[in-house]
Ligand binder design. Structure first.
Ligand code: FAD
Length: 461
């Protein structure tokens, strides 16, 4: 790597080399995992570059290629598997200047990759539109980082995950070659670069579908137990008279321990549902609840005291649950898993018997091929790395649960469970020197790595 020659070649482009800032921009939420925290804590880039447009991205990648400088892209830095951490030093390419909406059509929006997702949503709402799917980090995550590093989020109860072809229209990508190419990926080709942690190039622009906007009301419902909360949640998810944007459930003691500001609402020892309900469907929603005599509507954002300034319910859900749990007790961590819908109640009971409060369950209901399905993101009481590995093995072996291990830094060992051959082939074309986010695609560094048979992608239908 010849950093001096690289710097000379990108003269005029914003560069940051103060060690404390470079270290800060070399980190993400890897510390969610005690294993990744131990493994990755010392990794740091050499420089941060902030291109202001696609031409500057092209110049940076050409200079990096010529001088063998690794490049790791960073959006909001909210990834929680160490995706945006430079494992071989080099350059952190920060997309924070690559922002703005470039086109708003009837049913799509196009934004530069570094645009904060919440900014896109605000812009859309001014035009009577809304985004389809967003992570609970919408206030700080970039749209490029979500497509490159995320899986799903708010909207999943209607639209499934990011792998659903309905959720991304086009990805514009700059390749890491002697003369970088600019590719517009559509259709099936999108998945060569989506959820690839930026190992195939730098996304500069994203086109996603949009829908007419609705007025969503945050609600919380409690039930005597978690199994009941999930039965109710599935029936709500299947009620076509009630449009939902989010549907999440939490087992006690998650809400009472970690949702401090909602404590007066959630009670003690109860199962909790948090949902976003279309305002005009609230009568149908309350009529539905009336058929469940033990369920209680405990919170409606539109009827709460504004002086309380309570957060959005999506900031209790998805991986925000983990954040709240770790902030309360640093000895906690998490897992991600597909939960068997057909044996939901038995599996919940069996996990309770075997593991007690080592596993605290919460589900993000996601529509896969039209079926309302529980995706579990449990909080785990961490003791040792060996125990965590044994727990994952036991969940898969004895309980019919597919675990997507968030304690792994590579694409394959985490959410994918196998090498995506099209992503690997694509990398050979777009990054022949292997300089893009090195260390994140195991098939590149360890071609003999054997995938586990029969496992599928995280949040794939
Ligand atoms: C509290 C919390 C809650 C979360 N909730 C969710 C959730 O609901 N759903 C979900 O899917 N995830 C969730 N996540 C994970 C993460 O926030 C999201 O995936 C988020 O969208 C990542 O965006 P980012 O801009 O922060 O990406 P970064 O962390 O900066 O990057 C993520 C990955 O994408 C790559 N990348 C970034 N930009 C580009 C680009 N322009 N071109 C190529 N590669 C690029 C990076 O190299 C990295 O590999 C959560 C994380 C936290 C900490």
């Amino acid at each position: 790597m010849n950093l001096d020659a690289f710097r000379a070649a990108i003269d005029g482009i914003e560069v940051e080399d103060r060690p404390n800032i470079v270290r800060l921009k070399s980190r993400d939420f890897f510390w969610y995992s005690p294993i990744l925290k131990r493994q990755l804590d010392g990794f740091v880039g050499d420089l941060v570059v902030s291109p202001k447009d696609e031409d500057e991205v092209v110049r940076i990648l050409a200079a990096a290629y010529a001088n063998d400088v690794p490049v790791t892209v960073r959006g909001g830095g909210t990834g929680n598997y160490g995706q945006s951490m430079p494992l071989q030093g080099g350059v952190v390419l920060h997309t924070n200047k690559l922002v703005g909406i470039t086109q708003l059509g009837e049913d799509t929006v196009t934004a530069r990759a570094g645009t904060i997702i919440e900014h896109i949503e605000h812009h859309l709402r001014e035009h009577g539109r809304e985004i389809r799917l967003f992570p609970s980090t919408t206030a700080s995550a970039s749209i490029g980082g979500f497509i490159a590093g995320g899986s799903s989020g708010v909207g999943a109860i209607r639209w499934g995950g990011l792998r659903n072809p309905a959720n991304i229209r086009r990805v514009r990508l700059v390749t890491m070659e002697e003369t970088p190419r600019i590719l517009d990926l559509t259709g099936e080709d999108i998945h060569k670069a989506a959820h690839a942690y930026g190992v195939n190039g730098v996304m500069t622009e994203i086109e996603i579908p949009v829908d007419p906007s609705s007025d969503w009301v945050d609600v919380m419902v409690t039930t005597p137990d978690f199994a009941g909360a999930n039965d109710l949640a599935i029936s709500l998810g299947e009620n076509t008279a009630v449009l939902l944007r989010m549907l999440s459930s939490f087992a006690a003691p998650i809400p009472e321990l970690f949702f401090q500001r909602f404590r007066p609402f959630v009670g003690t020892g109860r199962g909790v549902i948090a949902a976003m309900v279309r305002r005009e469907d609230l009568p149908a929603f309350t009529a539905h609840l009336a058929q469940w005599p033990t369920a209680e509507l405990v919170y409606r954002a539109d009827q709460a005291d504004p002086a309380l300034r309570l957060p959005a319910v999506f900031e209790m859900a998805w991986n925000h649950t983990t954040l709240r749990a770790i902030k309360t007790d640093p000895g906690l961590t998490y897992l991600q898993m597909m939960f068997p819908r057909d044996a939901m109640a038995e599996t919940i009971a069996a996990l309770d018997t075997h593991f007690g409060d080592e596993i605290m369950l919460h589900f993000e209901f996601t529509r896969f091929s039209g079926v309302v399905s529980p995706v579990a993101m449990p909080i785990i009481r961490f003791s040792t790395e060996e125990r965590l590995e044994a727990l994952i093995a036991a969940l898969e072996r004895d309980f019919g649960i597919t675990v997507f291990n968030p304690h792994r830094v590579t694409l394959e060992e985490g959410g994918m469970k196998r090498t995506d051959i099209s992503q690997l082939e694509f990398k050979r074309q777009t990054d022949p020197k292997g300089l893009m986010n090195p260390g994140k695609m195991i098939a590149w560094t360890h071609p003999d790595w054997q995938p586990e048979a029969g496992k599928s992608f995280l949040f794939q239908e």
